[in-house]
Design a protein around this ligand. Structure first.
Ligand SMILES: Cc1ncc(COP(=O)(O)O)c(C=O)c1O
Length: 445
């Protein structure tokens, strides 16, 4: 079925809409109104090839995971080799070389505060593990009142119940409010190029945080996406802000929990946002880029202090959590290979911000339809000015997305926020072509 979508009655795009014979129910999708999913037959580097042979430039690393691009030969080889040796084994009472190698590598590259590694399968479960670990840490120390967490407005930590509670301010979660556990939320001082109010926004946020820590009771931890809030619309904060939060967490003896599911593995221009900001969390959640987008895997890293609170003679003090696929050898082997690629070529993620800024200046900086331009490492973002309220449900998103797709670009605006998060293998010419098409599309608005 062919359906037209229009923006303020001025622009109309025709889309193929499913009428719907497929049994597949897609994530984060209103199946009734969404266009028919496009069938991808292969991916190579920054490119996807569709069934009808159209080539699409993947400007967002397919939900932020394929950091080295699609079908990387080194990752494919690591997967193939491991598949011939050991595809899986129960991870309680058994271990294997890929898991051990990966653990060693992660400990080398993350802040010194983190000495222990707990495996799981995706970003949301890495967050669930962090929540349960933090809660039981205090319990094992005899502090039974530490039942609540502090998060930041707009924070997104995944879509399982605990992760929703940690990112409680998201509009998606309204229907589930009665199921979520209590917590408090502090404003996030999102900033951008030329922001003159950044210091006052940070001060307000820190004031609220300090007041909660002083007067609120029973916090187990503070949860934050360091440097960049992803799903909230690529909202960026300064490293100074993280350092102030870390200081408050120490002062009030509350655990600092970093969700680097999106920011990890080079996204912010350094391997980790924690490293870039010079801060040391007590718990760190990682997933997405960990396996270079090949297989689902996640880890929750913890400080020695936390680990020691579980290291007891009493079996009830153990951490009772785990999944069938915990520490899957294929996923671990491919993650080791992915980290080795990052080690061999740090310029791939360290050099991209300079290119973003060059093309932003050349193509978009003074565009009348844009505001709040911002960059952090491999991420560039900007807000499109519209008459509707800014945010995820702004009705310009599907129109822009359809226009970009028609031109051969996979860009997936978060409401009226346009962002680029390309694979690190993208060439300067390919990157520039994204800026050029954004300019062309904005000129038609
Ligand atoms: C910061 C952050 N945390 C957690 C998650 C959840 O990860 P997953 O979708 O793998 O469950 C996401 C996903 O986008 C994320 O961006």
């Amino acid at each position: 079925m062919q359906v037209d979508i229009s923006y303020r009655g001025e622009m109309t795009i025709s889309l193929e809409r499913d009428s719907s014979s497929s049994p597949i129910w897609q994530p984060f999708t209103q199946m009734k109104t969404a266009p028919t999913p496009l069938k991808v037959i292969r991916g190579k580097g920054s490119w996807l090839e569709l069934e009808d042979r159209r080539q699409i430039l993947d400007c967002i690393s397919s939900w932020w995971v394929t950091i080295h691009g699609h079908s990387h030969p080194v990752l494919a080889e690591a997967l193939y080799e491991q598949a011939q040796k050991l595809e899986h084994v129960i991870f309680a009472g058994f271990t294997h070389e890929p898991a051990q190698k990966l653990a060693e590598k992660l400990i080398t590259h993350t802040p010194d505060s983190l000495t222990r590694i707990f495996f799981s399968d995706n970003g949301s479960t890495a967050v669930e593990v962090a929540l349960k670990m933090a809660f039981q840490y205090w319990l094992n120390l005899g502090e039974t009142n530490r039942t609540s967490f502090i998060g930041f407005e707009g924070g997104y930590h995944g879509d399982t119940l605990g992760a929703m509670s940690a990112g409680r301010s998201s509009l998606w979660w309204e229907p589930f409010a009665p199921l979520m556990f209590a917590g408090d939320v502090v404003p996030f001082p999102g900033t951008f190029d030329g922001d003159e109010e950044v210091e006052s926004k940070e001060a307000q946020s820190l004031e609220k945080l300090e007041s909660l820590l002083k007067h609120g009771k029973g916090y187990a931890g503070i949860f934050i996406e360091p440097l960049v809030q992803g799903s909230a619309g690529m909202r960026m904060c300064r490293p100074e802000f993280l350092r102030a939060i870390a200081q408050l967490a120490r002062q009030f003896n509350v655990l600092l929990i970093y969700d680097e599911v999106m920011t990890g593995f080079g996204r912010t221009g350094e391997l980790f946002a924690s490293v870039k900001s010079g801060t040391e969390p007590d718990i760190l959640c990682l997933s997405k880029g960990l396996s270079g987008g090949c297989l689902p895997i996640a880890v929750t890293m913890a400080s020695e202090d936390i680990y020691q609170a579980f290291w007891r003679d009493e079996s009830e003090k153990a951490f009772y959590h785990g999944h069938s696929y915990t520490g899957n050898p294929l996923a671990c082997a491919v993650s080791v290979a992915s980290l080795e690629l990052l080690e061999q070529n740090p310029n791939a993620y360290q050099g991209m911000e300079k290119l973003h800024r060059k093309y932003l200046n050349q193509w978009l900086r003074n565009h009348p339809k844009l505001e709040r331009i911002r960059t952090c490492g491999t991420i560039a973002a900007m807000d499109v000015k519209t008459e509707s309220v800014s945010g995820y449900f702004n009705d310009i998103a599907p129109v822009l997305k359809a226009q970009f797709l028609e031109a051969g670009f996979l860009l997936r605006p978060l409401g009226n926020t346009l962002y680029l998060m390309p694979p690190y293998c993208i060439s300067p010419d390919e990157l520039e072509s994204i800026y050029r098409v954004i300019r062309q599309v904005l000129d038609t608005l």
